[in-house]
Design a protein around this ligand. Structure first.
Ligand SMILES: Nc1ncnc2c1ncn2[C@@H]1O[C@H](COP(=O)(O)OP(=O)(O)OP(=O)(O)O)[C@@H](O)[C@H]1O
Length: 223
């Protein structure tokens, strides 16, 4: 950004049908990377190449709900903006699975932060896109809800190409097929547990992966 590069040249691939997770210190450029992939403006210039772009759904850090629309209308916003028919069965199921059915007619101002985040998740899950970008999608949720939403997203996005940014090593260890750590020195590939995702949070391999990530994040420093 500005005259200074955020990080040195990096290269990575997003395999289809896999969940790829990006961790790293605050301000290193994770959101910028998502915005680049989504072809959205960034606060600087980009030198590089992104190949094989696909139609994308981005769930940003800020839920970005429209205050004059209800939960139900916000969740279906993508189709509404494109002038497409909304599948009421799919919408009803996603609102039910995200625990929002009873809040469907409320407006964002009447929701908690976690409920707002779930509306943003519901909106992203409603988007039938091959590439899904998630920026700290579960950060505002309590532990039980977080696990439930992780399982829901992992199930609904199984066939998709997913790139998630998170600060939570436990989340990364549970959900990922590939884990990258972005630092000022470059991109570090981390190993993932062998068990199929989503993995139980207390599985020994998940705890070991979580611990290794935590250690690396605490240590910081160059790759
Ligand atoms: N629109 C912008 N204009 C100028 N600089 C920006 C802009 N957006 C982000 N930056 C800067 O670019 C750097 C990377 O920001 P980015 O949001 O990608 O970090 P991040 O790794 O996602 O951080 P966090 O974990 O805190 O969300 C930061 O130093 C930030 O201040």
């Amino acid at each position: 950004m500005g005259n200074q590069a955020l990080f040195p040249p990096i290269r990575f691939e997003l395999p289809a049908g896999q969940w790829t997770t990006l961790l790293g210190p605050s301000g290193v450029g994770k959101t910028t990377l998502l915005r680049l992939i989504a072809d959205l403006p960034i606060g600087g210039t980009f030198a590089g190449q992104i190949s094989g772009r696909r139609p994308v759904a981005l769930m940003a850090q800020d839920p970005g709900l429209l205050p004059w629309l209800t939960v139900r209308q916000n969740a279906a916003l993508g189709a509404r903006l494109r002038g497409e028919a909304i599948d009421p069965t799919r919408l009803g199921a996603i609102l039910a699975h995200t625990g929002l059915a009873e809040h469907a007619t409320k407006y964002p101002a009447a929701l908690s932060g976690g409920q707002r985040q779930r509306v943003a998740l519901a909106r992203t899950l409603m988007e039938d896109r091959p590439l899904i970008l998630l920026d700290e999608p579960f950060s505002a949720l309590d532990v039980r809800m977080r696990l439930a939403m992780q399982d829901l997203a992992a199930g609904l996005l199984k066939e998709r190409m997913v790139l998630m940014v998170t600060h939570d090593p436990a989340e990364a260890a549970r959900l990922s097929h590939n884990i990258y750590l972005l630092t000022e020195a470059g991109l570090i590939v981390k190993s993932v547990p062998a068990a199929p995702a989503p993995r139980p949070p207390s599985h020994p391999d998940v705890l070991a992966c979580q611990s290794a990530l935590l250690t690396r994040l605490i240590e910081g420093g160059p790759a």
